[in-house]
Design a protein around this ligand. Structure first.
Ligand code: CO8
Length: 263
């Protein structure tokens, strides 16, 4: 992955196997402008192509993961502009990334910020994290998957309440409802540290199995139970064609650590 400099995001490698992408528009609380999303998609695609990287961490600042789509950019747009130009449709490109993306959320994750976190594979929250879909207060509704992904994650009644009242929800609620995998300990930078540690663990596994695991869990959100179970079984069977399956099971039997060749 190149060390290219971007205007709206920062890229670093806290470990050779992990890419850390930090949203960096502090004056606008990381509002998600079109240029920011173009950069984010480019950086994610590069990380996906880099064989040395096993997982990506996406974060913002202590105050804001992202306070939503850029309202100032949107406010004068007309229906014909947003429809013709497929406004923000490229946001969903990140759901095609093969490698796991962990969102490390501190502070505000509102509107498109909440939707961005929901497009990641795992969300870790700092105790300061505040989620919400406040679009109703702007005369619109969520447009980046909030109504759908939240409904899948937390059910109709809660999603309806959040989308129709625009009220925020806390890290504790997010954990109780299963929006986030867990709340990390207090302290500046703690959520990023724990996300990097998790990314390193994932990156230490065989990449073929990790990609298969991500694809198969995500299928649970698209398929019926019967189709999903059949898909899982086929992918599971397919992994018996990999060297990593032979290595992993032989290593267990021989009481040694496996050496993955990612093939
Ligand atoms: N867009 C643009 N600028 C923003 C945004 C935003 N979403 N959020 C904050 N800012 C700017 C403020 O305008 C302010 O700028 P300035 O200093 O120039 O006035 C600066 O960031 C700091 O913000 P505040 O002074 O408001 O900071 P506070 O600590 O007082 O408040 C809040 C923090 C509560 C987060 C407040 O900023 C806020 O309510 N922000 C807007 C939250 C919101 O409504 N988000 C939803 C946006 S709509 C959306 O996301 C639709 C998604 C559609 C996706 C479609 C995909 C296909």
């Amino acid at each position: 992955m190149s060390t290219k400099e971007y205007a709206n995001i920062l890229i670093s490698r806290p470990d050779p196997s992990v890419a850390l992408i930090t949203l960096n528009r502090p004056k606008a609380l990381n509002a998600l402008s079109s240029p920011l999303f173009i950069e984010l998609n480019e950086a994610l695609a590069e990380a996906d192509q880099d064989d040395a990287i096993g997982a990506v961490v996406l974060t913002g600042s202590e105050k804001a993961f992202a306070a939503g789509a850029d309202i100032k950019e949107m406010k004068d747009k007309e229906y014909s502009d947003v429809f013709k130009n497929k406004f923000l449709e490229n946001w969903a490109l990140m759901t095609n990334i093969r490698k796991p993306i962990i969102a490390a959320v501190s502070g505000y994750a509102l509107g498109g910020g909440c939707e961005l976190a929901l497009m990641c594979d795992i969300i870790l929250a700092s105790p300061t994290a505040v989620f919400g879909q406040p679009e109703i207060n702007l005369g619109v509704i969520p447009g980046g998957g909030g109504t759908q992904r939240l409904a899948h994650a937390i059910g109709k009644s809660r999603t309806m309440e959040l989308v129709l009242t625009g009220r925020n929800f806390s890290a504790i609620e997010a954990e109780k409802w299963g929006v986030v995998s867990r709340i990390v300990g207090e302290g500046e930078g703690q959520v990023v540290k724990e996300a990097i540690d998790m990314a390193k663990v994932i990156a230490s596994k065989g990449k073929v199995a990790v990609q298969a695991g991500k694809e198969t869990v995500n299928a649970a959100y698209e398929l019926s139970l019967a189709e999903g179970l059949r898909f899982e079984r086929r992918i599971f069977h397919g992994l018996f064609a990999t060297k990593d399956q032979k290595e992993g099971m032989s290593a267990f039997a021989e009481k040694r650590k496996p050496t993955w060749t990612h093939s």
